[in-house]
Design a protein around this ligand. Structure first.
Ligand SMILES: Cc1cc2nc3c(=O)[nH]c(=O)nc-3n(C[C@H](O)[C@H](O)[C@H](O)COP(=O)(O)O)c2cc1C
Length: 279
């Protein structure tokens, strides 16, 4: 199920402008008398009315305290006070008001969250992580990630991939040393995962393995976990160490853990630079 909240507005134009121009939400659906705006998984509808719905609180949450601070700098004039930690709810937050007096809350949770991101947000903000906290990844979280990896597409639905979680420090170090600085991120995380494929089960071991690995990185990110694709790990010494046959394919051995910080987005091409339309 998916949903949204609707609010009556006496000044639809100003309200729409505030949410779109200042909060940078997109106009998701224009129903003339109702404007529905969207950011991430948040859908808000504002409809022309004789009164203003100002009950409740509209909460925007961000991944880091820095992002909350940025919002505070932007909305200082509307804020009811500076951002602070709320120990009971384990959030870092501040409150403000929209132009019609609705209460807005800007916060970040100070603990891990179950997945909440919608697809586009997830695809656009996943990053390669090379620096991790020491916090261990629970078996429960790992299991949830693997449950989602069941749905990776494979050639002929062969489901030819398999995952090898690595927690042994000595094996992690061994993996990290294979490719110098390229594989160093493995040593920074509390664990690693080898994502492999069995060629006896598929005619397309590379595609199946690579897609399963990318499915894994996205799912891990949805759980707040970082990964980093380490290339060229499809090699004899790695297979010997993991005890897997030489003809199996290793898509990657990725570190897995909670990011120390969210990396900046590296520069990206414009669409026109990589879409070559046939005249
Ligand atoms: C096929 C492939 C191989 C990669 N190999 C490595 C690697 O060996 N070591 C590493 O630190 N990052 C590696 N990366 C991560 C890229 O550097 C990273 O995806 C790129 O800089 C874009 O950053 P982003 O993933 O945060 O968007 C690899 C990524 C891909 C897709």
């Amino acid at each position: 199920m998916t949903g949204m909240n609707f609010f009556r507005s006496k000044d639809l134009e100003t309200t729409k402008e505030f949410y779109m121009d200042e909060l940078e939400m997109d106009l998701w659906l224009d129903q003339d008398k109702c404007k529905i705006v969207k950011d991430g998984n948040l859908l808000l509808g504002f409809c022309e009315g004789e009164t203003v719905d100002e009950g409740g609180t509209i909460t925007f949450f961000y991944r880091t305290k820095e992002e909350v601070d940025e919002m505070y700098e932007k909305f200082k004039d509307r804020a009811r006070g500076e951002p602070s930690e709320n120990d009971f709810f384990q959030v870092y937050q501040f409150f403000a008001e929209d132009p019609e007096g609705r209460i807005l809350e800007f916060q970040t949770f100070l603990h891990h969250l179950e997945p909440y991101m919608e697809g586009i947000e997830l695809l656009e903000n996943r990053r390669s992580v090379r620096d991790y906290t020491d916090e261990k990844v629970s078996e429960k979280t790992l299991q949830k990630i693997f449950e989602t990896c069941r749905f990776a597409p494979t050639s002929g639905n062969s489901q030819s991939y398999y995952f090898m979680p690595i927690k042994d420090k000595e094996i992690i170090e061994f993996m990290a040393e294979r490719r110098g600085s390229n594989s160093q991120p493995i040593a920074e995380a509390p664990m690693a995962v080898a994502i492999c494929c069995d060629p006896d089960k598929t005619g397309r071991p590379q595609q199946d393995g690579d897609i399963a690995a990318y499915h894994f990185t996205l799912t891990a990110w949805a759980h707040g976990l970082g990964t980093c694709w380490i290339a060229a790990m499809d090699r004899k010494d790695v297979k010997d160490k993991l005890g897997i046959p030489q003809d199996h394919y290793i898509a990657t051995v990725t570190p897995l853990g909670y990011p120390k910080e969210i990396p900046e987005t590296p520069s990206r091409k414009e669409v026109e630079e990589f879409v070559k339309r046939i005249e």
